[in-house]
Every structure is written in C-alpha cells, then in structure tokens.
Design a protein around this ligand. Structure first.
Ligand code: G6P
Ligand code: MN
Length: 440
C-alpha cells in the first residue's frame, strides 16, 4: 500500500513515520510499504528524509521512501493522501496572529481572526490539491490534517465528497485523559463527542454501560489531574455538565486568555518560526544529526504547547504522558487501517453532517464520533445539543462558510462577514481594519 504525504517536509511527519515503523515491526496486514513525500520546499523535504532514514535504521520491512518532484507525480498510483500543508509557512502564522493582536483581539492559528486569515489563505491551495487528486488519483482517500482542519476539510469535500476526512488529535486526547482520570481504560470506553473542529464537547463517557462523566465531574481531585480539568476548573465544568475541547478556553475565558496571549513575549507563531527555522537550518547543515535535533526540538515544542492557556488558568506544566505525541498519527493510522482493511473502528473525525445535527446543513463538516470501514466514515447518531452548544456551533459554522466563500470567490464582503461574525472579533469595524492590514 502506498501513502503520499503532502507537506512531506512538515515537522510532524516523523511521528506518522514512527507509527508506520511500528506496523512494519509487527508485520501488520495491509500496512504501508511505500511512502512518498512531496513538499514545495525541497530543503525541508530533504531534512525530513534524513530524519526518517535515521529513524528507520535497523527496522526490517520499513516502508520505502521517495521524495516526489511534483504534485501529480506524488499523487499518481497512491492509495492514501495525508494533506498536512502550511500555506505561507510559519511566517504566515506570525502575521495572522500579530495582525489580530494589534487590533486587540485573539491571535491564534485556528481560533478567532488568526484562524479566519489562515483559512482564507489555505483554502484555495487545498482546493487545487483536491482537484488534482480527483483527476490523478480518483480512488485515493484523503486524510486532511491541514488547519484550520474543519473548514479546510469542508472546502475539499466540495470536490472529493466523502473521500476526504479531517482529523485532529485534541478530541482523542480529551477522551483518553478523561477516561484515565475516571479510572477507566481509554481503549474500552465509549463516548459521546460532538461539535466542530476545535469547538466540541465530550458529553458522555461510558464503560460497561455506565456513564462515568457525572461521577468525574463531581470529583474535584480527579478533575485537577488532567489538562481540561485544569484549563476550565471544576466549578465551570460542573455548570456545563460536559468536558469541552481545550480550544474552547479561548471562548469561555475570552478576557483571561487574550490577556495571557498579549502578555507573552512571543506569540506561538513567533516561537515556532524561530524554533523550526533553527531546526531546519541546523539539520540541513548536519544531516547526520537531523534525527537527534528533531527529537530535541519535538520535545520542546510539546512542552511549550498551550503555554498561554495554561498561564490563563494558573500556570502549570503539561503532564509527561501528554508530551509523548502519538495522538494525531494514531488517529490517522487507525483510520487508514479501518478503510483499507475494512476493520471496523470508532473514531472522532471531521466529516459531512448528513443529518447528525439536524439544525446544521447536511453537507457541512462537523467533528463527531464515526464508525469507519471500507466504505469510509459514517457519523453515529448523537443526542440533541444544548442550546448554548448549538448556538456556538451554528455561529462558527457561519464563520467557516463565509471563509470558504471569501476564499473561493475572492469576495471581500464574505471575508468581512467571516471576521465580524466571529465571536472573538465581534465588530465589523475591527474586522475591516484586520482585512486592510492583512492585504497590506
Ligand atoms: C493540537 C491541535 C492541532 C495543532 C497542534 C500543534 O494537537 O489539535 O491542530 O496543529 O496542537 O499546535 P502548535 O501550536 O504546536 O502548532
Ligand atoms: Mn487540531
């Protein structure tokens, strides 16, 4: 089986590769035997190739590795495409986040004005990719990691239908942490999770037919042991009666998180721009050290993830088991295995709604629990959403769709709507100034 990674020079590609090596060690049926990387930046592709080569050393049956010269070459004959691109690079992220902060609103990669600007830049490129896949590899499945993952997946689905599936590791991380805090086995629990990407709620967590969530919400000591418990606090979690995705902290604690971001010396984008820039430059100069440098850089990236939201909730260090990585590539590989081998799996994915949340358009992409097999992902039925959850979901879906319209039609009014309707911008005047700055 062949897997193509677009954005193959991406920093987190070695995590996917590591999971492929685990499959090779176990000689897992239907495993990936050929890996093709494509990146518009040949230096980055070269560096990541050095990391992967070192990582595969001594692993029997490791997939073959090739860097493709162009997009069509990368796509032709492939079974799966992972799309993990960053249009505009980390420099683009710095701009998105800074422009928003300069107007006094949150600047973050996927949330608020930063996410809107990033989406507008990314969607035209993602659509071009979707069209090339439809032309050159019409039977391939596309797994989209590219952020903002919900709206990018929705845009790609207008070309690829249900053959594009979006993924994120935040929900699966939440389920795992909550299960452990409730004393349950993360691999045995069933869960009810629904929302949009970076905007969802865990509303039920059952083991052997018993819902563990009410007990967990009552248990202050258990809540204090894991990330979402610390970010939101027991009091607010009990009032909500659910465990929100970590990114909802930007909405529920809007002033506190904005202040924490404003008070940090560097935005996340600035930190990553420097950190990643140093890594690629040094690893390119010393390919024999690329793997070691990558490992060190990855750990530092994990340790500093979410620093501003942690600062806004009292300041605390991440748990060592949250630093290992493993979330995002595990979801991707489980999904790929389920589709390729028709092994049924239950995963939280970004797919078209199809009536799961009746108040939301059937074609709109939502993030929810799906049953996966050879025919792809099917959303499982879910219980009704509370009004506050539905309200936020509808508002953000309107924002995402305005971003898609703005990107596709180069429509300034749609762009203005996307920014001004975002609850973390909330002002047509600020929205107009952000648009002006981003055009300059
Ligand atoms: C989480 C999010 C991803 C994001 C990643 C890295 O896993 O769900 O969407 O890409 O963190 O965030 P960073 O700030 O390190 O780029
Ligand atoms: Mn994500």
């Amino acid at each position: 089986m062949r897997l193509t990674i677009l954005g193959g020079g991406g920093f987190r590609v070695p995590l996917v590769h590591r999971a492929l090596l685990d499959d090779a060690r176990r000689d897992a049926p239907g495993r990936v035997t050929e890996l093709v990387l494509f990146d518009t930046d040949s230096m980055r592709a070269r560096v990541i190739k050095s990391v992967l080569t070192a990582q595969a050393e001594g692993v029997p049956g490791a997939p073959s590795l090739r860097v493709a010269d162009d997009l069509d070459d990368a796509l032709r004959g492939t079974d799966f495409v992972f799309s993990a691109i960053r249009v505009g690079g980390t420099a683009g992220r710095v701009r998105d986040e800074r422009i928003a902060l300069d107007e006094g609103v949150l600047g973050q990669e996927t949330v608020g004005a930063g996410g809107v600007l990033y989406g507008m830049r990314t969607i035209p490129v993602a659509l071009d990719i979707a069209r090339r896949v439809a032309e050159v590899a019409p039977d391939a499945w596309v797994i989209n990691f590219t952020n903002p993952a919900g709206m990018v997946t929705e845009a790609m689905s207008t070309v690829l239908g249900d053959r594009v599936i979006g993924i994120c590791d935040s929900p699966v991380g939440l389920v795992k942490r909550a299960a452990q805090a409730a004393g349950a086995d993360p691999d045995r629990v069933e869960y009810d999770y629904v929302g949009l990407n970076h905007l969802g709620w865990l509303r039920g967590l059952t083991q052997d037919g018993q819902d563990l969530l009410p007990g967990l919400l009552r248990d202050g000591a258990a809540l204090a042991t894991f990330e979402e418990g610390k970010l939101f606090g027991a009091d607010w979690l009990r009032a909500l009666g659910a465990l929100p995705n970590e990114y909802l902290q930007y909405y529920y604690f809007r002033r506190e998180t904005l202040r924490a971001v404003q008070e940090s010396e560097h935005t996340r984008g600035e930190f990553l721009d420097r950190q990643q820039g140093d890594f690629f430059a040094r690893a390119d100069q010393s390919p024999e050290r690329a793997y070691e440098l990558w490992q060190r850089t990855r750990l530092e990236r994990e340790e500093t993830y979410g620093a501003a939201t942690r600062a806004a909730s009292g300041g605390w260090q991440r748990d060592s088991c949250d630093l290992e990585g493993g979330g995002y590539e595990r979801v991707a590989l489980a999904l790929m295995r389920a589709v390729a081998g028709d092994e049924r799996a239950r995963l939280i994915l970004n797919i078209r709604n199809q009536g799961t949340v009746p108040e939301i358009d059937r074609e709109a992409v939502i993030e929810t629990v799906c049953e996966v097999g050879a025919k792809g992902a099917q959303p499982l039925p879910c219980g009704p959403l509370r009004e506050d959850q539905l309200g936020l979901m509808l508002q953000l879906k309107a924002v995402e769709r305005a971003v898609i319209d703005a990107a596709v039609d180069r429509d300034r009014q749609a762009a203005l709507r996307a920014l001004a309707l975002h609850p973390l911008v909330d002002s047509p005047a600020v929205a107009a100034r952000i648009l002006e700055r981003s055009a300059g």
